[in-house]
Design a protein around this ligand. Structure first.
Ligand SMILES: Nc1ncnc2c1ncn2[C@@H]1O[C@H](COP(=O)(O)OP(=O)(O)OP(=O)(O)O)[C@@H](O)[C@H]1O
Length: 125
């Protein structure tokens, strides 16, 4: 990495552009993960249903937040898995705990997403 990009005190358009590029690379990597593709497919199906059932503006805002939140959380989960694998490839209870906690957070949000989806869609059927 260029030294001017590593200097956290430098605020420049180049630094900002680089940050967006790094984040874009991160998303590209995240979307290669099988679980992420499942979340993306679910988001696409729910969005299509939203168009068909003519959701209100507020319902769209909630749906977009839930879909983006799910994808963001899965991305963080992947980052935690990679970090744990970087620290150790051996079997260690703490490594397992870190991965299971991150997976638990994804499961919790997914359950909330399903409930929110039911609250929005069931009355429209
Ligand atoms: N180094 C380790 N030490 C102890 N347990 C581990 C370790 N690595 C993984 N595990 C256990 O195995 C489980 C699966 O880990 P793995 O790295 O395969 O994630 P994963 O199931 O591929 O995650 P995802 O399906 O979200 O990509 C973890 O949740 C954890 O319980």
């Amino acid at each position: 990495m260029r030294s001017d990009l590593k200097d956290k005190r430098t605020y420049s358009a180049r630094r900002l552009t680089a940050s967006f590029r790094f984040a874009g690379n991160g998303l590209k990597m995240a979307f290669r993960e099988p679980n992420m593709r499942i979340h993306l497919a679910a988001g696409a199906i729910v969005s299509a249903a939203g168009f068909i059932l003519s959701l209100s503006r507020m319902e769209w805002c909630i749906l977009i937040l839930v879909i983006a939140g799910m994808l963001a959380l899965e991305t963080v989960n992947t980052a935690i898995e990679k970090t744990v694998d970087l620290v150790t490839e051996e079997y260690k209870p703490l490594a397992g705990m870190a991965k299971d906690l991150a997976a638990g957070a994804v499961l919790l949000f997914a359950c909330a997403a399903v409930i929110i989806g039911m609250i929005i869609f069931i009355p429209k059927l």
